[in-house]
Ligand binder design. Structure first.
Ligand code: ZN
Length: 179
């Protein structure tokens, strides 16, 4: 698997989030880090963690169509970002309830990948999930929630994320027994 590393995140921030003074670059170990000139805070610029669910019933996988401002109108696997004070499994259970109306139980991690978006680098964790309650209804920043047969997914140009497409391709070939 090849991927394109993200442009250097250190160019993106100029001021200390703690005290508001200027950040400068200093070599720490093998890397240049952003360090506050005034309070010496080291600003570690790390990827965001995202979680997504692979929920399959009768050979069809649940997808959501994105509202909001980031890639609206395109389909993705339901999920979202993990809040700083939240366990990542709790985050996905919450996102599923918000976006699809379903209560889910999570199974094992199916795949973990970097998403090198132009806007940010996120690390995605794809879990297998099973419905345990609720009623299917799109909500929050999803405008539609629908099951697609695994052999009749939306065309590539209607999928929001290359990584979702790759993970679904993996799942079609190796994951059917795992759900
Ligand atoms: Zn500072």
């Amino acid at each position: 698997m090849t991927s394109t590393p993200h442009p250097d995140g250190n160019a993106r921030y100029t001021h200390c989030p703690k005290c508001g003074m200027a950040l400068g670059l200093e070599v720490r170990g093998e890397r240049e880090r952003l360090v506050c000139r005034a309070c010496r805070f080291v600003f570690l610029y790390n990827p965001n963690v995202g979680v997504a669910a692979i929920l399959v019933e009768d050979g069809a996988v649940l997808l959501t169509r994105r509202g909001g401002s980031f890639r609206p109108g395109l389909w993705d696997l339901p999920g979202g970002f993990v809040e700083y004070d939240e366990d990542l499994r709790d985050a996905l259970v919450r996102e599923m309830r918000e976006e699809t109306g379903l209560d889910v139980e999570l199974g094992r991690v199916f795949e973990v990948r970097s998403n090198f978006f132009p806007e940010r680098h996120s690390v995605g964790v794809w879990f297998l999930a099973r419905r345990v309650g609720g009623t299917l209804a799109a909500g929050d920043d999803a405008i539609e929630a629908r099951f697609f047969p695994l052999d009749a997914l939306p065309p590539d140009d209607e999928m929001a994320f290359e990584t979702d497409r790759a993970v679904l391709a993996m799942f079609r070939t190796e994951g059917l027994d795992a759900s």
